[in-house]
Design a protein around this ligand. Structure first.
Ligand SMILES: Cc1cc2nc3c(=O)[nH]c(=O)nc-3n(C[C@H](O)[C@H](O)[C@H](O)COP(=O)(O)OP(=O)(O)OC[C@H]3O[C@@H](n4cnc5c(N)ncnc54)[C@H](O)[C@@H]3O)c2cc1C
Length: 437
């Protein structure tokens, strides 16, 4: 009968020995290729496994060497080797994992189109809807939020949306995050919303409006359209139709990222013109068309409706009560509630005979009333006069921009600002800068 006393002893030793944690073939490999000797059985010669080496003289020697490895050497002396082996083993495993595991992409990049999923399409008027999109693939949330954050901080930006059948793309302006939205959509900061008007003959807008929820939409961006200067003090934003999207972006940049600057509390006044009440239901209507100069319109943008009657002469603002506010009106109202001294919004509706006119523009440009920083929004100095740059931004259909600020011009394949024309050219702009979007 085989004497097992020795075996028991070596078994107990193996269990005290750190190498006992290693799988057998791994310890053999360490011994075989690193010459680490007595890992498996400290008191026994290491067996030579297999016979494939024996016919080759060089391996024969090695096999003989391995078969006679003396395992009684000092363990202390070998510890650094064990450590080195472990460290390099784990290092290699970590490196392998790092280089072979797919790294989540940022949700958006300016070079290539990234797939987004149409989460919802909320129709807000007969011609326009709010589209909510989320990246289709798993994205690096932190990087994604950072890409959007940089864009929101910078100013007005857009993304390109691809129509895959025709392989054409159009620019659209993401709406800023809003506290009014259900948390599900915006809470992780990677969803994007768009206010898109369906052009009856438009290739891309028509395509988008036909897509069902769950469809994939390819986006590329962000593209910075206009960097809002850091030292901006006041913005007068003239928005026509979907031009409200960049106006909301400007308000977001100003109120969330530039609030209460050393130059004073920045402010923004938005004059939003729509052909129909549809898009801005519930919005506060500017009633004084005569004061706004609309009774003597200059060039009018396509679809313009001539005023039917002379509007009242008082300069009151009144809510278009009775109907629940349209989603974007709600968002504008929420901003006004949160920043009552920093944002003012006026609505002009062509079918109600209200227009952005010369007189109203002149009043806005010369408004000297103090817009103070609401309490608790330090470090701005409440009530301090604003000394920052003053900007007039104009955004909307070509006809709208031309009517207010003159045509943009194409030069060398690039769209340029052109000279200031339209209504603004008739006013003394006194230090206001004009930018047509
Ligand atoms: C920076 C930027 C941001 C924008 N943001 C938004 C936004 O947030 N929301 C939004 O709704 N829009 C936005 N737009 C407008 C948007 O990019 C598209 O221009 C708009 O949706 C129309 O595109 P479309 O492909 O549907 O129409 P298109 O196919 O380009 O057609 C537009 C109009 O031109 C007419 N047309 C086309 N080809 C011809 C031709 N050969 N001859 C005569 N007429 C022709 C069509 O009948 C149609 O009425 C933005 C534009 C820019 C530049």
């Amino acid at each position: 009968m085989k004497d097992r006393s020795n075996e028991n002893e070596s078994y107990s030793r193996i269990h005290r020995h750190p190498s006992s944690m290693l799988p057998r073939h791994f310890t053999w490999m360490l011994e075989r290729y690193l010459g680490l000797g007595s890992i498996a059985r400290p008191s026994q010669p290491v067996p030579v496994i297999g016979t494939f080496t024996t016919s080759i003289p060089a391996f024969k020697n090695q096999a003989r060497l391995l078969s006679t490895v003396n395992t009684s050497g000092s363990r202390q002396r070998r510890w650094p080797w064990y450590l080195l082996t472990f460290v390099s083993g784990f290092g290699s495993a970590a490196a392998y994992k790092f280089f072979t595991e797919p790294v989540p992409d940022p949700p958006l990049n300016p070079q290539t189109f990234s797939p987004y999923t149409l989460v919802s399409k909320g129709q807000i008027s007969s011609t326009a809807s709010i589209f909510t999109l989320r990246p289709s693939h798993s994205v690096a949330l932190k990087d994604g939020a950072e890409i959007y954050n940089q864009a929101w901080k910078s100013g007005i930006w857009s993304v390109e949306v691809k129509q895959p059948q025709l392989q054409i793309a159009r620019a659209y302006t993401p709406l800023p995050p809003s506290d009014l939205l259900p948390k599900r959509v915006e809470d992780d900061g990677i969803g994007l919303r768009f206010f898109i008007r369906r052009d009856p003959k438009g290739e891309v807008s028509g395509y988008l409006h036909k897509l069902p929820e769950g469809a994939t939409i390819d986006l590329r961006g962000p593209h910075l359209e206009y960097k809002i200067p850091n030292n901006v003090g006041e913005i007068l934003f003239l928005a026509g139709g979907t031009g409200i999207a960049p106006a909301l972006q400007a308000a977001h940049t100003l109120l969330s990222h530039r609030s209460c600057l050393p130059t004073g509390s920045p402010k923004i006044r938005i004059l939003w013109a729509n052909r129909r009440r549809d898009d801005c239901k519930g919005g506060m209507s500017y009633q004084n068309s005569a004061a706004s100069g609309a009774s003597k319109p200059l060039g009018l943008w396509p679809g313009h409706v001539q005023p039917k009657a002379t509007p009242p002469q008082n300069e009151s603002l009144e809510y278009a009560g009775g109907t629940p506010p349209a989603p974007l009106v709600k968002e504008l109202m929420a901003l006004q509630k949160e920043y009552p001294s920093n944002i003012r919004v006026e609505y002009f509706v062509n079918e109600e005979s209200t227009y952005i006119g010369k007189v109203r523009l002149d009043q806005c440009i010369n408004d000297k009333s103090s817009w103070t920083c609401p309490s608790g929004r330090e470090p701005g100095v409440p009530g301090e006069a604003n000394t920052g740059r003053k900007l007039i931004l104009v955004s909307g259909p070509d006809g709208f921009v031309e009517y207010l600020a003159g045509q943009k011009v194409w030069d060398n394949g690039k769209e340029g600002q052109g000279r200031i024309g339209g209504l603004l050219s008739m006013l003394d702009l006194k230090g206001w800068e004009v930018w047509k979007l």
